[in-house]
Design a protein around this ligand. Structure first.
Ligand code: 6GU
Length: 229
């Protein structure tokens, strides 16, 4: 999978060089290219923003650098990419969103700052591929970078060969619509706290039933909204 990222703070994405995603990149499973939006400016100050038409607080990202950046990125590709613009005004990102996007051969993340990107950029991107505005949830970040990082990690780990043991992908929170069961490791007693004895019983059927029950209990307690769905 190829992923392009456009941002005025490319160093936010340095962390993509570590851990599982870093290994997948080094192995050529993930082709991640991070770009500085200012490389597509032409003035001495490398200006990417301007005041909003109609007035109001804050600044809006100018369309011209975005237009040139997106044109350059699609120039050497055959398939139409999916453009993801992280935005608190977008649809909410879920595990199902990650699964959908993991099938795309080419993703382009456009990270906005300030009050957002000139709306015409989204219409322009829609002539080059599919456009999705996606939010991490109902709270406000300073820009799309941290949101894009979260999405790239959630999507990237679903790509075959990124996570070593594919079974670890199915046995986790949200994959089956429930929260994950509690986990324990050695020692069996730590600071007077025992591991639930059933996990030491060797009875695999009973362990599976206990884990399922724990998943249901936690989900009812912490995320009743998931059971309503
Ligand atoms: Cl995707 N962007 C910003 N700026 N804030 C957010 C968000 C995205 N998701 C939640 N809050």
């Amino acid at each position: 999978m190829r992923i392009d990222v456009v941002s005025i703070f490319p160093s936010f994405f340095d962390a993509l060089e570590v851990s599982l995603l870093g290994k997948a990149r080094a192995a050529g499973v993930l082709d991640i290219r991070v770009h500085d939006l200012r490389d597509w400016t032409h003035d001495r100050h490398r200006t990417v923003d301007d005041t909003p038409y109609g007035g109001g607080a804050g600044m809006v990202m100018k369309p011209e650098p975005w237009g040139e950046a997106l044109d350059d990125i699609v120039r050497d590709t055959r398939e139409r990419p999916v453009f993801v613009f992280p935005s608190p005004a977008g649809e909410v990102f879920r595990q199902s969103t990650a699964r959908e996007l993991a099938h795309a051969p080419h993703l382009v993340f456009g990270c906005g700052r300030y009050e957002g990107i000139d709306e015409r950029v989204f219409a322009e991107a829609a002539t080059l591929g599919e456009v999705r505005l996606i939010s991490l949830g109902d709270y406000v970040l300073n820009g799309g970078e941290v949101a894009a990082m979260a999405m790239i990690e959630a999507i990237g780990r679903l790509i075959p060969g990124v996570v070593g043991n594919p079974q670890s992908l199915v046995e986790e929170s949200h994959e089956d619509g429930l929260l994950e069961y509690p986990s324990y490791t050695k020692p069996a007693v730590w600071r007077g706290r025992e591991v639930p004895p059933i996990l030491l019983s060797g009875n695999h059927g009973a362990i599976a039933a206990w884990r399922r029950e724990q998943q249901m209990k936690r989900t009812r307690l912490r995320r009743p909204d998931l059971l309503a769905e």
